[in-house]
Write a protein that binds this ligand. Structure first.
Ligand code: NAP
Ligand code: MG
Length: 490
């Protein structure tokens, strides 16, 4: 496990010598320490990224050249999948098979953007303009130095979603991972080094958000901030970015609904619902955290859900068969517990769970929990809990379901469960969310846009939209008719 910051192709301690702890959430033990970057380190990293962009020529490489680096990175991630997944499980607590999945997707993301980098070489094109004495061509250029700030729920994957398209576009990057989960970001730096990515193109600064993250967002030589995390910090970043007109993309939280109609396949619905809320211990921005169930099947769905939720094997993420690991931190456990207690005190019914998982002396384990009888304006129904806590409610009509589903300041994802094609289409079109799943929940694809409506964020990651985030569009207009033009000189 690595301990140092990666700045300008070199491994260095923090300028002030500060370090932070890695805590295994399954055992609560401090298992490692790493450097915690100071504003001075941020300045060094941003200047290195600036130089790599402006002078060393990364921004002028061809897409084909950049694709070679991206493919090398993808290959090394793939070769080290097992080891990187084990680090992710140690840091975040998630079950190892989920971590294996994340690492595989991270490699896939670099591979995908390698292809898009190559396509950029043929991207320049002419457009017709209304005056045929002029010819206009459109090119897209890398936008500059990117500050990427990532959360702890999918550490390597969220870093890949930003670093891969940014590098593909020809940008240079300073990555600040979440302090809780820094290990795989440092490995990504090591992988970039092994892939011989030029110095300064990718810099990785571990450290705290309030110090390193804040300095990165405020740095005058950063052109863009790409952020995934909480709404309040996203909002703060947007305000800071406004000072010098930095570009921002924000991937924030959600309270994503699933609407279950009376004709839904109940077994499949329960399966997807559990995947939607218990996967990664519910610490997922797009988690299916509010479920609306038609009154005629409400009791049946709930009964099956509680039955299955009770069978989920809770344990250390590295143990075979574990389906639910610990929450990421003591703070997260306390927040989830407090949210459930508040709901209970406000009269909600705790249908199952609602406490720390019994049988563990150590570790931040929380039981799969289902809450019912919540008021529409209660915190539990409205706010993101970011834990294995599902809120359920019944509805009578399609119109009511759509109205309640859309009654949220968030709009990241939503799901519709029905066997009626026409209804599936009607309801998915009516739901105000960036991602709508029909008869499923949570599948994500590198090719498809990811992002939210309303307070769930600004912009889209992944697919060609993810690449656009890191490009500026330029028109080059030439006068093509033999001179003179004839405005002044006739
Ligand atoms: P957060 O505070 O927003 O953290 C996200 C990232 O931003 C981390 O790298 C964090 O650094 C950094 N950061 C914090 N303060 C910053 C600042 N002033 N300037 C620049 N960067 C800053 O989120 P969190 O505390 O990890 O989680 C809190 C809640 O956010 C969760 O309960 C959940 O509701 C939501 N969340 C959403 C997602 C998502 O995928 N949309 C992911 C994670 C969390 P450090 O953490 O290292 O200090
Ligand atoms: Mg940790």
């Amino acid at each position: 496990m690595r301990t140092k910051l990666y700045i300008d192709g070199q491994w260095r301690d923090a300028a002030n010598g500060k370090q932070a702890d890695v805590v295994d959430p399954a055992t609560e033990e401090v298992v490692h320490q790493f450097a915690s970057a100071s504003p001075e380190d941020v300045d060094l990293a941003v200047k290195a990224a600036r130089r790599a962009f402006d002078q060393d020529g990364w921004s002028r490489t061809t897409g084909k050249q950049r694709a070679q680096y991206l493919r090398r990175i993808a290959k090394i991630i793939g070769e080290r999948q097992q080891e990187l997944a084990a680090l992710e499980t140690l840091d975040n607590g998630k079950p190892l098979p989920e971590a294996m999945w994340d690492v595989g997707d991270s490699a896939g993301c670099f591979e995908y953007y390698a292809k898009l980098a190559e396509e950029l070489d043929n991207d320049e094109h002419a457009i017709a303009v209304s005056d045929d004495r002029f010819a206009c061509r459109i090119r897209r250029e890398p936008l500059g130095v990117v500050g990427a700030i990532t959360p702890w729920n999918y550490p390597l994957l969220m870093a890949s979603w930003k670093v891969a398209p940014a590098l593909a576009a020809g940008c240079t990057v300073v990555l600040k991972p979440a302090e809780l989960t820094s290990l795989t970001a440092l490995e990504l730096a090591a992988i970039a080094e092994q892939a011989e990515l030029p110095a300064g193109v990718l810099n990785v600064l571990t450290g705290s958000g309030s110090v390193a993250g804040d300095a990165l967002v405020k740095h005058k030589q950063v052109d863009k901030v790409a952020f995934t995390g909480s709404g309040p910090i996203g909002s703060q970043i947007m305000r800071e970015a406004a000072t010098d007109m930095k570009r921002v993309t924000l991937e924030l939280g959600g309270k994503s609904p699933m609407v279950v109609f009376e004709d839904a396949d109940i077994e499949a619905t329960v399966e997807w619902m559990m995947f939607g809320i218990f996967w990664n211990q519910g610490q997922v921005c797009s988690a299916t955290s509010r479920v609306l169930i038609h009154e005629s099947v409400y009791d049946k769905v709930l009964e099956r859900l509680v039955d299955e939720a009770g069978k989920i094997k809770i344990g250390n993420g590295k143990d075979e068969g574990t389906l639910l690991g610990p929450l990421v931190s003591k703070k997260q456990l306390d927040q989830v517990s407090a949210a459930v207690e508040r709901a209970r005190s406000e009269g909600a019914t705790v249908v199952c769970g609602g406490r720390r998982a019994p049988g563990f002396d150590k570790g931040y384990y929380y039981e799969p929990t289902v809450l019912a009888d919540l008021k529409l304006d209660s915190d539990a129904w409205v706010e993101e809990i970011f834990g294995p806590v599902l809120c359920v409610r019944s509805f009578k009509t399609e119109a009511e379901a759509i109205e309640v589903a859309n009654e949220s300041r968030f709009g990241l994802a939503a799901a519709v469960m029905t066997q009626d094609q026409a209804r599936a289409e009607r309801v998915s079109n009516a739901l105000r969310a960036g991602i709508v799943w029909v008869n499923c929940s949570q599948p994500g694809f590198t090719e498809a846009p990811w992002g939210g409506y309303k307070q769930s964020g600004i912009g889209r990651e992944l697919g060609p939209w993810g690449l656009d985030n890191y490009l500026e569009t330029k028109q080059v207009t030439s006068y093509v008719t033999p001179a003179p033009w004839g405005w002044y000189i006739k």
